[in-house]
Design a protein around this ligand. Structure first.
Ligand SMILES: Nc1nc2c(ncn2[C@@H]2O[C@H](COP(=O)(O)OP(=O)(O)O)[C@@H](O)[C@H]2O)c(=O)[nH]1
Ligand SMILES: [Mg+2]
Length: 202
């Protein structure tokens, strides 16, 4: 399954500027450069729908993509980008917290983690915070084309162990925007969550 019809709707600087049509939304969260925009492009089979970049930290907006006229994929600003000022980081932290806690149409968040590295402290904070606030999420381990099959399984295991220690049970999917591995699974998960009522977030 690939989402056929996809178009960019808008970039919102904060919650107040997000769409108010009530359509369900699935968000991509994760560190800058982890592959959020590339994943949106893979899911929609479009090369340049979402802007990808080698210069992390460029996406300072909440970007909305309308899929099949029935739900949104949301490209969230990446966290953990060192080169922005502390003030800017704090502002974004507040914007995102407000967004997550009040976005009633949010049905699923995909937390993207680079499969080549152990989850960072920021990744762990994100996961614990989402779980603590009862915001439904799943984990996608990105760029798995860059590591061997063995390392891929190790990465999956390490993530499951981490989640177990936190007492969290959510799907973990290895994926690659390059080989398209895992994209089909993620598309099915997204499709499922695009059909539930967004009444989870508070
Ligand atoms: N090899 C490989 N590179 C990827 C993959 N996904 C993203 N990238 C590259 O990683 C960089 C950052 O990707 P991007 O989607 O812009 O990350 P974002 O900041 O999270 O939106 C770009 O140079 C992408 O081409 C992947 O699955 N495999
Ligand atoms: Mg991006």
């Amino acid at each position: 399954m690939i989402f056929q019809d996809a178009r960019f709707l808008k970039s919102a600087p904060d919650l107040q500027h997000c769409p108010d049509d009530g359509l369900p939304e699935i968000a991509m969260a994760g560190r800058s450069n982890v592959g959020k925009s590339s994943l949106i492009n893979s899911l929609t089979q479009r090369k340049k729908l979402a802007k990808t970049s080698n210069t992390p930290g460029k996406t300072r907006m909440i970007n909305y993509y309308l899929i099949e006229n029935r739900f949104y994929l949301v490209d969230l600003p990446g966290y953990g980008f060192a080169k922005v000022s502390r003030k800017e980081r704090n502002r974004w932290g507040k914007v995102l917290i407000e967004w997550f806690l009040n976005r009633n149409t949010l049905t699923l968040t995909l937390v993207l983690i680079d499969s080549r590295h152990n989850p960072t402290e920021l990744d762990c904070n994100m996961i614990e915070w989402l779980a603590g606030n009862k915001i439904p999420f799943a984990v996608a381990l990105t760029k798995c084309d860059k590591i061997s099959n063995n390392k891929q399984q190790q990465a999956r295991q390490a993530t499951h162990s981490l989640l177990n220690r936190m007492n969290i049970e959510v799907p973990v999917t290895l994926c690659s925007a390059t080989t398209k591995r895992g994209i089909e699974n993620l598309a099915e998960l997204i499709d499922e969550f695009s059909r539930v009522d967004g009444q989870f977030a508070n």
